[in-house]
Design a protein around this ligand. Structure first.
Ligand SMILES: [Zn+2]
Length: 113
């Protein structure tokens, strides 16, 4: 079980590295962008789904504000909220995965079912 830990940290490290690299490229664009243009973009995109463009609806999930798309039902998390959800759900998620894998094992033992 402990073998999963270093791989998780490595994946997290590479994800953060990739984000920082892509963010630096975007920040260069932001600097060249006029303030008026930024305000205009925010006005157009604020509380709109980044994938389908429909309105986002804010729901309170166990004290964490989550924006859910009214169209495609995709979920948007503000800065720090992913960590909050991950921390909160850790126990539940572990249980869920255990259950999923257990069910899968039962199926593979009885493929006819
Ligand atoms: Zn959507």
């Amino acid at each position: 079980m402990s073998a999963h830990k270093p791989a998780d940290h490595e994946a997290e490290y590479f994800a953060r590295e990739e984000y920082e690299r892509k963010k630096a490229i975007e920040e260069e664009k932001h600097e060249k962008m006029a303030e008026g243009e930024k305000a205009k973009l925010k006005e157009i995109h604020y509380m709109k789904c980044p994938k389908c463009g429909m309105d986002l609806v804010t729901i309170d999930y166990k004290g964490i504000q989550i924006d859910r798309c009214s169209g495609c039902e995709g979920v948007w998390l503000d800065c720090g909220e992913l960590e909050a959800v991950a921390e909160f759900e850790h126990g539940t998620m572990s249980k869920l995965f255990t259950k999923v894998f257990k069910v899968k094992d039962e199926y593979s033992e009885h493929p006819g079912l």
